[in-house]
Design a protein. Structure first.
Ligand code: FCB
Length: 479
């Protein structure tokens, strides 16, 4: 009898341990890329110029090594190798982005580039033939240059252009694509209207970035409503947006530092998440107050941050089916004025440390998102570790072990509804201003070989086991 009890107890402990090491059975694992970073073929088969093409061609000094994405990883021709790598990874899902100017070279419906539509059809079909679901980002920072000539995102007319582009995507791909992201990391790309070197490199800090923010939020909401009204009944997919943040942790336990951390979270993520995902809608109160007060102190007749009408607030609120979240690191914050005046940085009034790799930051951030914006499933659409190359990437295995462990704690212990995860990145990509000097890939790309051969790294072998078993092997559970 006694023996039996002990044996049962051991079993119970073992299965409890397994439970914390195991991801939900229907959890979606995969990897991510973005068009500019992998496709190349920048002007092939009718593709139009994007703001990335324009900036890196005209200002090559903005990319280390004066490189650019003209060829990148040549995924336009080598996409079947990418699919092959995803199979090696046992991926359930592939997050990639569509280059707007590949399907609409002028950004408008005046010319639909069939070759571009064909390319994405081929990619989507190859994924599905291999049991991999596409998760498609509509906008990963590559606005058609033609739309930048009319002002880019600060011009609210872009809402209409974006909605029409999105409709074309739903019409052409929505029968097979069930997971959509409107925008990737608006906090990052709206900086293109605040500083040089981020496309389209228009330095109007604290003004241009806020105008762009306003347009992007409206464009997102319009696309979600359009899907809801015109496509959901027949296509039955989900539409979200990806918002990024490095977790801001207060430097000390003082009230001032706690408030600084809250401000940082609201200016980086809340600015976009609050209008869409919070119960009240609109910009976070602290963002509104800070920018309004600073604008008044600067003697301006209006706030640098535009306002939504009550009708818009209600239209935008709830315009998502899931929450896409990117996270890489943690920072430590304290109050303080930094950055030029005016600027988003100065409005935030926070001094931020260099980023640090601390997996509990991911767990805290997931809990924060779940509590601020309850009721939305979360997909981690990016998480990963850079290094300087090589297939023997034990540092990356360590990173994923710790961060996947933190995600597991958030899911199994804290009850955060994370339903999927795509690692950044599938292959070594062009890393924007850093060019090819750093790598995030699970797979290496041999840029000297004619077909840019992809080879899985050691991290890919590790991830393929996690993806297959939906379990973090306990010997790896360092967290
Ligand atoms: C994110 C971007 C992605 C990649 C990673 C490292 O900010 O969305 O394209 O560059 O960082």
């Amino acid at each position: 009898m006694r023996l039996l009890i002990t044996f049962t107890a051991v079993l119970a402990v073992a299965s409890a341990q397994n439970a914390t090491n195991r991801f939900p059975a229907d959890f979606m694992f995969g990897a991510a890329t973005a068009a500019y970073q992998v496709e190349g073929a920048w002007n092939e088969d009718g593709k139009g110029e994007s703001i990335q093409d324009y900036m890196f061609h005209n200002y090559p000094e903005y990319m280390i090594g004066e490189d650019n994405g003209d060829v990148a990883c040549d995924s336009y021709h080598q996409y079947l190798q990418d699919v092959e790598m995803l199979k090696t990874l046992n991926a359930d899902i592939y997050r990639f982005s569509i280059a707007w100017s590949r399907v609409l070279p002028n950004g408008d419906l005046d010319f639909i580039n069939q070759a571009g539509i064909d390319y994405y059809n081929n990619l989507i079909d190859a994924l599905l033939a291999n049991g991999i679901q596409p998760l498609v980002t509509m906008y990963h920072w590559d606005l058609p240059q033609a739309l930048q000539y009319i002002g880019g995102w600060p011009n609210e007319l872009l809402v209409d252009y974006f909605v029409e582009y999105a409709r074309l995507l739903f019409q052409n791909f929505g029968d097979r694509v069930k997971w959509w992201l409107t925008f990737n990391e608006p906090h990052q790309f709206t900086m293109g209207y605040a500083m040089l070197g981020v496309a389209p490199s228009q330095p109007a800090p604290g003004i241009g970035d806020y105008l762009a923010t306003h347009t992007v939020i409206k464009a997102h909401a319009r696309v979600w409503h359009m899907y809801d009204e015109e496509f959901r009944a027949t296509q039955n997919g989900s539409v979200g947006i990806t918002l990024n943040m490095d977790w801001p942790e207060p430097e000390t336990n003082s009230t001032e530092d706690a408030e600084a951390a809250d401000r940082a979270r609201q200016f980086v993520m809340g600015m976009f998440a609050h209008p869409i995902y919070s119960q009240d809608g609109d910009y976070p109160a602290v963002v509104r107050q800070q920018v309004d007060a600073n604008s008044a102190a600067e003697g301006r007749p209006r706030s640098r941050l535009p306002t939504f009408t009550q009708e818009e607030i209600e239209y935008i609120r709830g315009s998502a089916d899931f929450f896409g979240m990117n996270h890489y690191n943690t920072t430590f914050v304290t109050p303080g004025l930094t950055g030029e005046s005016p600027s988003k940085t100065r409005d935030t009034a926070v001094i931020t440390s260099d980023p640090v790799r601390l997996p509990w930051g991911l767990r805290k951030q997931l809990n924060w998102v779940a509590s601020q914006y309850p009721g939305y499933p979360i997909i981690i659409t990016e998480n990963g570790r850079l290094n300087f190359g090589g297939r023997n990437d034990t540092d990356r295995i360590e990173y994923y072990t710790e961060y996947l462990g933190a995600m597991l704690e958030a899911i199994n212990t804290d009850g955060v509804p994370v339903i999927g995860y795509t690692a950044w990145s599938l292959i070594d990509t062009i890393e924007w201003n850093l060019g090819f000097t750093v790598t995030y890939g699970l797979c290496e790309v041999d840029k000297t070989s004619p077909n840019m051969t992809r080879t899985p790294k050691e991290s890919a072998a590790f991830m393929s086991e996690v993806f297959r078993t939906k379990e973090l092997p306990s010997q790896y559970n360092l967290y």
